[in-house]
Design a protein around this ligand. Structure first.
Ligand SMILES: [Zn+2]
Length: 196
């Protein structure tokens, strides 16, 4: 995704300049302290299994109109990702759920740096009902049925990866889920961030 080009300072409204800051040419404001450090977006997704079927939604609007995905969306300013995934699933599907484990973190460091955090969810209740503004259809699908619908590659990969851990998560199996996370990075050819 292409990031928007900023021409004016969002703090004081004057034209932005460019300066070398922290070894990179960055847009900054010569009148106030503003520095444009970059464009980032943070998304969350939730995988909710019922027996051997997973909750999927058909997107009613772009991006991805007509495609089936796991429920999710963008994190609000000041909102914890844990709360964001619960809210998105509730808004899109009417179901109440709770994160059980971290399934994956996707990292797309492009012009706009996008991060997508995916949780395995535990179903708490609620009545399945689509939010027509965001979701045109929804339901629970087996992995076999997932192959028969227009599902995104990423959602299908996440569904398949989480299948083995869909029930009975405890402290021990959470370690296995983290193992899968590393594997997912390797599948996409992306390096696990080095820790020093
Ligand atoms: Zn300024």
């Amino acid at each position: 995704m292409q990031a928007a080009e900023f021409h004016f300072c969002p703090q004081c409204g004057r034209p932005l300049d460019k300066s070398m800051i922290g070894d990179q040419l960055r847009k900054n404001c010569l009148y106030c302290s503003f520095v444009h450090w970059g464009e980032f977006s943070l998304g969350v997704g939730g995988i909710l299994w019922q027996e051997n079927k997973v909750l999927l939604v058909e997107r009613a609007a772009d991006p991805g109109k007509g495609l089936w995905t796991i429920p999710g969306g963008y994190v609000e300013q000041g909102e914890q990702i844990y709360e964001a995934v619960k809210r998105e699933i509730r808004e899109e599907t009417g179901l109440f759920s709770e994160p059980q484990a971290l399934i994956a973190v996707w990292d797309w460091p492009g012009n706009k740096h996008m991060i997508y955090v995916v949780f395995l969810m535990c179903h708490l209740g609620g009545i399945l009902q689509a939010d027509p503004a965001e979701v045109s259809n929804l339901g629970f699908f087996t992995i076999e049925e997932c192959h028969g619908i227009n599902i995104t590659d990423l959602s299908l990969k996440l569904v398949r990866t989480s299948y083995a851990n869909r029930t009975g998560l405890n402290r021990t199996s959470e370690i296995e889920v983290i193992g899968n996370l590393t594997t997912l990075y390797q599948i996409d050819g992306k390096a696990w961030p080095e820790t020093s």
